[in-house]
Design a protein around this ligand. Structure first.
Ligand code: BDP
Length: 705
């Protein structure tokens, strides 16, 4: 085909997983058409309208014909509504135990009774919207409808994206263009893209978005910006998404020249109360504030000799009468404190358990350091039973190859969710901590640092959207598997072609382990280049803060490698429950994929493979490169299964990934070799460059700083 035509016919990725291509299996299409012959979907309301609009649009695409809307329930082949919008729904509510699915859940049935009509019933408009998206997922993945019987309710109350977007439209750690929020043109011009963003989120059940960077700019709280926020909130509302803002703790002083921003000062209390009222006047369903305080230079209550809880409660009290909440980040550590960074948040926050207002929660990163390719779960999970605890993941790939590496994060998310904290005996998984199952909290949630920008395909790498998708699906149901989510996403995003789906799913499922192995195997962490974190930098040392350097974390010396966090070292391990401590404190029982996280291990130490630590390091780094290579070769076999544009885009990026995997391996091995003094085993490829070349290499203008 002519390359120009090919480009025109390629999918540009804009539709994400909401592609409603024609069902091309004729019999299935006929069966689907019969179910949707005539749809009874009464009722008015913004979310119902959004649901109706989506269904109309989708069925036209999938079935090739506009749906027939039917006034009479008795004559319809499909019924949609809530007990208050539809008498048919009201009459079925009891038999279906609709009350059990709660405010946001739904029931979707291909047939209510044998041969009878199908239905989407829910208790709220939002529930209907989610039900419609669940039905469309079933159609897009070609499920048979007669037996379709979905009954879902979200397991977490807040399912939230955190945008680290600045008011100048740059995005901290963003690799997909500029911010979606065009502050300059808002509120007068509101791009339709925000509606499509809302649709994509609602299709996953994401119901909250913090619009601004945690490294906050107080200006967003000023009247002109609140008008702009209002314009965004108005678009998101029908899709069930509540807006949050990041609150800069010293905003009273910065914006209105108050002498202090001390949380216990009456003038400061009044300032926040007034500010919150002003916000709710514009945005009646405003979600609340997300706050990073006393961390990495952000102002906070400790500047005034107050605790993190006193800081959070200041905002919580102001929000309480309006139904808002404070999401207070647990990512606190202080350069002036010489303690292992791993321990600082726990030391600071655990003594405050029970002191937070009921509408305040702590948002804790999955691990204690910083979104590394692999971290053990954060010891704060389960350690503060009186405090609602949100889990924060990073969807954007700051430490996972930025926008050029295909790394599917489903397995990483699941690893944390399934990790057993043992705080209340075996089976006390992080999942149970955050769903409130252990400590019975109702304020529950999961947040993901967004990877979305204004690039046409939203997330840059064509596979990066899978991470947005996986986050959303797991926030709705953390018990889903990474495998099934990948399968769904591929079918909806590309094609139902079984060969493609199987091979691409393999690539996805292999990709996270590949990245761990070619970047930071065996529990190594934070070896990335300085500041932008793109590419290897195991030699990074002597920065303004020690805990931003690689040498702080890997501690390589002539004796060995790794951070001793046992009793003989920082003893961070003591922050975990005894069963977790016992497993990790000994070299012979610590899982090898976290060995160097917890131990400083001699180079000659015998690993389970029988190899020395040094040889094992060489083998695992090399295996990571091999995995990247096979991702690439597997992809090449898929040419022709999907449109040429996306195929080629991924192909080129995988080439970069293979090159960079090699770069990582060679640079790290050459560097660590200066300590181990041992040769790279002969069976393995020799490094391509010299350590000097790698060390002096600089990447300029890496996005996302
Ligand atoms: C680190 C990022 C930094 C963020 C910080 C945070 O490097 O840009 O501001 O996390 O989470 O991973 O606050």
């Amino acid at each position: 085909m002519n390359p120009l035509t090919e480009r025109e016919q390629s999918d540009d990725g804009y539709r994400l997983w909401l592609r409603y291509e024609r069902v091309d299996e004729p019999r299935l299409c006929e069966a689907y058409r019969a179910v949707f012959r005539s749809i009874h979907f009464p009722g008015a309301g913004d979310s119902l309208d959004a649901a109706r609009h989506e269904l109309d649009h989708a069925l036209r695409g999938l079935l090739g014909a506009a749906p027939q809307w039917e006034e009479s329930a008795a004559a319809a082949s499909f019924l949609i509504g809530t007990p208050s919008s539809s008498a048919a729904c009201a009459s079925w509510a009891e038999a279906l135990a609709l009350a059990v699915v709660g405010d946001e859940g739904f029931v979707v049935r291909g047939e209510l009774s044998r041969g009878g009509p199908g239905a989407i019933f829910a208790n709220s408009e939002r529930g209907v919207l989610y039900g419609v998206f669940a039905l469309l997922r079933a159609l897009q993945t070609r499920q048979p409808l007669a037996t379709l019987n979905l009954r879902e309710r979200p397991k977490l109350a807040l399912r939230m994206l955190n945008h680290w977007d600045n008011l100048d439209r740059s995005i901290e750690r963003g690799y997909a263009g500029a911010s979606l929020w065009d502050w300059h043109k808002l509120p007068h011009y509101v791009t339709p893209r925000i509606t499509d963003y809302a649709r994509a989120n609602a299709s996953l059940g994401i119901n909250a978005a913090a619009l601004t960077n945690v490294n906050a700019n107080a200006r967003v709280l000023t009247e002109p910006y609140l008008q702009k926020v209002q314009a965004i909130a108005d678009v998101l509302r029908p899709y069930g998404i509540r807006v949050f803002l990041t609150a800069r703790f010293n905003a009273p002083s910065e914006l209105d020249r108050l002498e202090t921003s001390d949380p216990l000062d009456a003038r400061v209390v009044a300032w926040w109360q007034h500010k919150v009222k002003q916000i709710y006047a514009r945005i009646p369903d405003f979600g609340g504030f997300l706050v990073k305080a006393n961390s990495e230079g952000q102002p906070g209550p400790q500047d005034f000799g107050r605790s993190q809880a006193e800081g959070a409660n200041l905002l919580a009290r102001a929000l309480e009468p309006h139904g808002g909440i404070v999401v207070w980040r647990a990512f606190v550590y202080d350069a002036a404190v010489p303690e292992d960074r791993h321990k600082q948040a726990f030391d600071e926050l655990v003594p405050l358990d029970g002191q937070f207002r009921p509408n305040a929660c702590l948002q804790t990163k999955n691990g204690a350091i910083d979104f590394q390719p692999r971290e053990p779960f954060h010891p704060l999970f389960g350690a503060m039973p009186k405090t609602p605890m949100f889990l924060e993941f990073q969807i954007t790939q700051e430490y996972l190859g930025c926008a050029t590496h295909l790394v599917y994060l489903g397995p990483l998310f699941k690893e944390t969710l399934d990790a057993d904290t043992h705080v209340a005996g075996p089976g006390s998984t992080v999942l149970k901590v955050i769903t409130g199952a252990l400590a019975k909290h109702t304020l529950t949630g999961m947040a993901g640092v967004s990877n979305i920008g204004d690039e046409r395909n939203w997330c840059g790498h064509p596979f990066a959207a899978a991470n947005w998708y996986a986050f959303g699906r797991l926030a709705w149901d953390p018990e889903l598997s990474a495998e099934s989510i990948a399968d769904e996403w591929l079918r909806r995003t590309f094609t139902n072609d079984a060969r493609f789906v199987a091979a691409a799913q393999r690539i996805m499922l292999d990709s996270r382990e590949a990245a761990v192995e070619y970047m930071t195997p065996l529990g190594l962490h934070h070896l990335m280049a300085e500041s932008h974190h793109y590419g290897p930098g195991p030699w990074v040392t002597g920065l303004e803060r020690d805990d931003w350097t690689a040498t702080y974390y890997h501690r390589a010396d002539a004796a060995g490698l790794g951070f001793d966090r046992t009793k003989t070292g920082s003893n961070a391990i003591a922050q975990y429950a005894p069963a977790v401590q016992r497993k990790h404190e000994r070299l012979d029982t610590c899982p090898e994929n976290l060995l160097l996280w917890f131990h400083h291990v001699p180079w000659a130490h015998r690993m389970q493979s029988g190899r020395s630590l040094w040889d094992e390091l060489c083998y695992v780094y090399s295996r990571g490169v091999e995995r990247a290579r096979s991702m690439h070769t597997r992809w090449l076999t898929l040419e022709g299964c999907i449109d040429a544009g996306r195929f080629e885009h991924v192909r080129q990026l995988l080439e970069i990934q293979v090159r960079e995997a090699r770069w990582w391996r060679d640079a790290c091995l050459l560097y660590f070799q200066t300590f181990s003094g041992r040769p790279i085993p002969e069976a393995l490829e020799p490094p391509q460059g010299t350590l000097e070349e790698y060390r002096t290499h600089r990447d300029y203008y890496v996005p996302g700083i």
